[in-house]
Design a protein around this ligand. Structure first.
Ligand code: ADP
Ligand code: MG
Length: 670
């Protein structure tokens, strides 16, 4: 009924063009809102700034002259009387205006005025009699002009507009004094004032964020409603373990532990992210929850992205669980065939076992025995399918993702809105801060002195550079060159090199040597493992640090300060006040969350740490950075409706649930 050809002016060619732009029926036309608006605010000569774009009216006083500069590039000039002054107007590639502009014609021009040269360089030119609206919608539709599209919108609205209904619940529209969908349709394509623009903005932003959160929260609750096997753990054992730790848990650790353990006991599946800076004590929390699950008779799988990290976890948990008779198995990728067979046998036959490993954990030949709990460390390093594969090795196991990348709250409820989140912000009290200092590029000698000193004290040093090899276009330090230089300079020591072009085996062997103190100075790009623990490393030098995000530097800095030894982080930057100011915040704070907030503010959500695809976060009008408060409100509104058992049957929400049904068809479930 509302097919495209039902509109006058749409033939097969136009239809094809519209389809190419994702427009398949007249509702699509109506709902294709302008991507932005051009505002032509008529001003007077006296108020016309030379610094910005202005719109003025005047009378043509000379016939236009066209000069052809080169192919596809021409210039049209004429004189224009603006109020009492004549300006020479220049406009490029508008040759066709020659036949339209007559002497005496009243016109409106938009562009840049230069009083000294007496010129006006125009980007837009209109006849006064055609200049009706100061606000022009810009659609950016490939192959179709704005005017032409506006015509199609007008006709579609006339024909079918009345059929469209508001799927935003009326109570919310009223609560926030938003304009209704009907009113939105009336003005969004033809706003006449800046007040209209404001109304449009508010309505669309809220609607976008609300619908987004409605979907995310629905998914979260749906995950949570999946049945798991309830795990009746041994509470006494847990309490005993906690009190046997050589320290007291921080408040955040206690809270995270409670949240996780509660989920484990519940008959519903846990799908939770545990986030906190390295060293904030996530592993201990994980250990408590693992112990709980083991004591309830289930197996636990802990997956790490590399062998080194898996090995490290294996060592840690062996220490933690030494007093208990649960078995711990490390399914290493390095096992011989017979060793592997024995290991798989153990996994298959022994419940109450903790199995640690890399991707190897979800190989087809690994058969678990009552796998009840799956933990993924550095979860963003695994693909959706990899995590899914491991999860499917058990019957709806509880799932915990661990991440050492602090994510700002707004980003977290957007990226991970479909999960529950436990956050450890507070750090154990006994931590000494890594002393961070900025050094200008021309103070490198001082930096070398510091390296000298640490090496002499038998401590180890990391040096990080932005590039692997010399670049023709970027004047930045590269690992290869720095490695050669430092090898010469510190010939008494072992210098290692690590970057992404080094194969995985070699990478692990270099890391292993560094860990064993067989390499003293490690030159690397950012590939150095996030979680690798080398307590003897006390100095982190980052060259061209202005090339890195604050969070990234903070992550790197977390490689040092992992023992009682005083540690330093040196940020080398090239001369630039602005850069310096941005980096100085690292000298002042070691709060990973604060730094990531700052990153989000400065760099936007873009591809935040290459985590999840942030494609979901591109809204037409809303921004999760500047509209964080709306996001928060929208989330609570969404939750309130979803938690209301009757909502599904209420008329007020029926369109909203219809909408949800539609979008869920497109969701790729993790
Ligand atoms: P993460 O996994 O977040 O990097 P870990 O759990 O490995 O952190 O903890 C880092 C170190 O801090 C470990 O040596 C751990 O024993 C210690 N630790 C953890 N929690 C506390 C605490 N509340 N007080 C003191 N030390 C702690
Ligand atoms: Mg860790």
């Amino acid at each position: 009924m509302n097919h495209l050809e039902s509109i006058k002016g749409i033939g097969p060619r136009m239809k094809e063009k519209l389809n190419r732009n994702g427009i398949y029926d007249c509702f699509d036309i109506i709902n294709r809102f302008p991507s932005r608006y051009e505002i032509y605010h008529l001003t007077s000569l006296k108020d016309a700034s030379e610094m910005s774009r202005v719109t003025l009216e005047g009378k043509v006083t000379s016939l236009p002259i066209v000069s052809f500069i080169r192919k596809n590039f021409n210039r049209l000039t004429f004189n224009l009387l603006i109020e009492d002054r004549t300006f020479k107007v220049v406009i490029f590639n508008r040759e066709y205006l020659r036949s339209i502009l007559d002497i005496g014609e009243d016109i409106v021009v938009t562009g840049q005025i230069d009083r000294l040269k007496n010129t006006f360089t125009a980007t837009t030119l209109k006849l006064k009699r055609n200049f009706k609206n100061e606000i022009e919608p810009i659609y950016n539709i490939d192959g179709i002009g704005d005017k032409q599209f506006q015509k199609l919108v007008e006709l579609s609205l006339l024909e079918y507009g009345y059929l469209l209904k508001d799927d935003l619940p009326k109570s919310l529209v009223t609560k926030y004094k938003l304009i209704s969908y009907r009113d939105l349709l009336n003005i969004v394509h033809t706003p006449i004032s800046e007040k209209d623009l404001l109304k449009i903005d508010r309505r669309i932003k809220y609607e976008e964020l609300f619908k987004f959160q409605f979907k995310m929260q629905y998914l979260r609750l749906k995950h949570k409603s999946k049945k798991s096997l309830s795990k009746r753990y041994d509470k006494e054992l847990i309490l005993e373990f906690i009190s046997s730790l050589p320290f007291e848990l921080t408040e955040d650790q206690k809270q995270a532990t409670n949240e996780i353990v509660k989920d484990i006991l519940s008959r519903f599946v846990m799908n939770r992210l545990l986030q906190g800076d390295t060293g904030s004590g996530k592993t201990v929390v994980a250990a408590i929850s693992i112990l709980a699950v083991l004591s309830s008779g289930f197996q636990v799988a802990l997956m790490a992205p590399t062998e080194i990290l898996a090995q490290q976890h294996y060592d840690t948990f062996q220490k933690y669980f030494a007093p208990y008779d649960f078995s711990i198995t490390y399914l290493s990728g390095k096992l011989s065939t017979s060793e592997r067979r024995a290991c798989l046998e153990t996994i298959k036959n022994n419940p109450k076992t903790l199995i640690i490993g890399t991707h190897a954990l979800f190989s087809d030949d690994v058969i678990y025995n009552n796998l009840g709990y799956v933990i993924t460390d550095e979860q963003h390093r695994f693909g959706v399918n990899q995590r899914k594969k491991l999860r499917e090795k058990g019957f709806n196991p509880d799932v915990l993702y661990m991440s050492a990348t602090p994510i700002p709250r707004t980003l977290a409820i957007s990226l991970f809105g479909d999960m529950d989140i436990s956050t450890i912000k507070e750090r154990p009290k006994n931590r000494i801060k890594v002393e961070t200092k900025l050094f200008n590029n021309n103070q490198l000698d001082l930096v070398y002195l510091l390296i000298d000193e640490e090496l002499k004290n038998h401590h180890q040093v990391y040096v990080v550079t932005p590039l692997i090899l010399e670049s023709e276009t970027l004047d930045l330090s590269n690992a290869q060159k720095v490695f050669q230089d430092l090898k010469k300079r510190y010939s008494d020591y072992q210098v290692g090199l690590l970057h992404s072009k080094v194969n995985q085996e070699e990478k692990e062997s270099v890391m292993e040597k560094f860990k064993a103190n067989e390499i003293h100075l490690l030159v690397s790009t950012t590939v150095i493992e996030v979680g690798v623990d080398v307590p003897n490393a006390t100095l982190m030098v980052i060259f061209d640090s202005h090339r890195f995000g604050l969070s990234q530097i903070h992550q790197l800095r977390g490689r040092v300060g992992r023992s009682a030894l005083k540690s330093y982080c040196i940020l080398v930057y090239s001369d630039n006040e602005e850069v310096k100011e941005r980096l100085e915040i690292l000298e002042r704070t070691d709060d990973g969350f604060l730094l990531s907030e700052e990153d989000l503010r400065l760099r936007g959500p873009g591809d935040f740490f290459g985590m999840r695809q942030s494609g979901d976060l591109k809204f037409q009008k809303a921004s999760i950075v500047t509209d964080a408060n709306i996001l928060e409100i929208a989330k609570n509104d969404a939750l309130e409706i979803l938690m209301n058992k009757d909502a599904y049957h209420m008329d007020e929400y029926s369109l909203l649930f219809n909408y949800l049904k539609e979008v869920l068809k497109k969701v790729n479930l993790d």
